[in-house]
Ligand binder design. Structure first.
Ligand SMILES: C[C@](O)(CO)[C@H](O)COP(=O)(O)OP(=O)(O)OC[C@H]1O[C@@H](n2ccc(N)nc2=O)[C@H](O)[C@@H]1O
Ligand SMILES: Nc1ncnc2c1ncn2[C@@H]1O[C@H](COP(=O)(O)OP(=O)(O)OP(=O)(O)O)[C@@H](O)[C@H]1O
Length: 315
């Protein structure tokens, strides 16, 4: 039996470039791995079977569409073997929450099956398989803090000092990642049509947005371990789209700021909201205030960065 612990992520910068011909967007995506995570346990079995426990377990598909099952099959196919595994997902990461929960389980299943089947697959091969599964999956393998370029799968680990304290406000119900990217494009096209420039280009502003760069002030804040500077530099180009689809998130963001958060943003494609706190004590107080605020289902205090998918010793 192999148990792998895997982190959720928050994007401390999510710069979204133009819509590509393949339907993806080029990103400047600064991933940050947090201690809030899932555990995936692999035991020998026939074929690939799944089970899941946790508050959101009813929303997790237990068929071949589950990213953990897809990961097990992809790894077996890569090595030309028949997969034999039961995967149990102990789920703490909110489902469809913008924290890459499914991607985390995919990464954890790659690592767990690799160990269970004694394959010793090199990390660069695991990263390629992870990128086939989804744009967020490679980061869940490495964890820490990293810049993701391309559609988010081309990773460069970033230097970071110390520990940052976070609070995550979990919403009722999820948001579909493709729907949020589509809304981002729609808002960009709408802004273009309303601008004085209209008529100058092809008429689709969404395809013409240049790919953003990582923000130098944000990278310095991470390297210096400076929460106030990081709070000031947090940005998410998907936030207007998430707020457009779920206007009540503005109340959640305000409730966290009113409770003392030094920074607040929508996590990835949402609807989870992320709050940076000045220390662990402040994070606990903000989580308590948010939980009682009526603007979210629940809130968790946590910290990071933490490593990516890791086999748990002796389990
Ligand atoms: C929003 C983020 O979570 C930020 O880290 C990611 O960009 C999303 O990553 P993910 O959930 O792993 O997404 P994927 O499974 O690769 O893609 C799902 C869908 O999201 C959209 N998508 C995703 C990544 C990207 N760079 N551009 C996109 O437009 C596309 O419509 C794609 O079909
Ligand atoms: N292991 C899994 N855990 C949760 N959802 C999964 C899993 N595998 C597949 N899914 C499907 O993927 C959808 C998105 O789930 P997920 O929790 O990964 O969203 P997310 O955190 O918003 O993703 P991201 O932040 O990467 O955009 C779910 O609604 C579910 O149908």
């Amino acid at each position: 039996m192999i148990t792998v612990r895997v982190p959720a992520k928050v994007n401390v910068q999510l710069g979204v470039g133009g819509l590509r011909a393949d339907g993806f967007h080029d990103l400047a995506n600064v991933f940050f791995a947090v201690a809030l995570g899932d555990e995936v346990t692999a035991t020998p079995g026939e074929g690939v079977t799944l089970s899941c426990t946790g508050p959101d377990a009813a929303s997790v598909p237990l068929d071949d569409t589950n990213l953990a099952a897809r990961a097990a099959r992809l790894l077996a196919a890569h090595h030309g073997i028949e997969p034999g595994v039961h995967l149990h997902i102990a789920k703490s990461i909110p489902v469809a929450g913008g924290m890459a929960g499914g991607s985390a389980d995919g990464a954890a299943a790659l690592v767990a099956c690799d160990a269970l089947w004694g394959l010793n697959t090199p990390m660069d091969v695991l990263l390629d398989l992870a990128a086939e599964l989804g744009s967020d999956v490679p980061f869940a393998l490495i964890g820490g803090v990293a810049l993701g370029r391309g559609r988010g799968e081309i990773l460069e680990p970033l230097p970071v000092t110390g520990t940052f304290h976070w609070v995550f406000a979990v919403a009722d119900g999820g948001l579909s990642t493709p729907a949020v990217f589509r809304e981002c494009d729609r808002l960009r096209d709408e802004a273009f049509v309303g601008s004085a420039d209209q008529g100058a280009g092809s008429g689709s502003a969404a395809t013409e947005v240049p790919t953003p760069d990582a923000d130098a002030a944000l990278l310095a804040a991470l390297a210096d371990g400076d929460p106030a500077a990081l709070a000031a530099a947090l940005t998410n180009d998907l936030q207007p789209a998430a707020l457009s689809l779920r206007p009540a998130l503005a109340d959640t963001l305000r409730a966290g700021t009113d409770a003392g958060a030094i920074g607040a943003l929508v996590s990835g494609s949402g609807p989870t909201c992320a709050f940076l706190a000045k220390d662990a004590e402040a994070a606990a107080a903000i989580a308590k205030a948010l939980t009682g605020s009526g603007t979210c289902r629940t809130a968790h205090a946590t910290y990071g960065p933490v490593p990516g998918a890791q086999v748990q010793p002796g389990v």
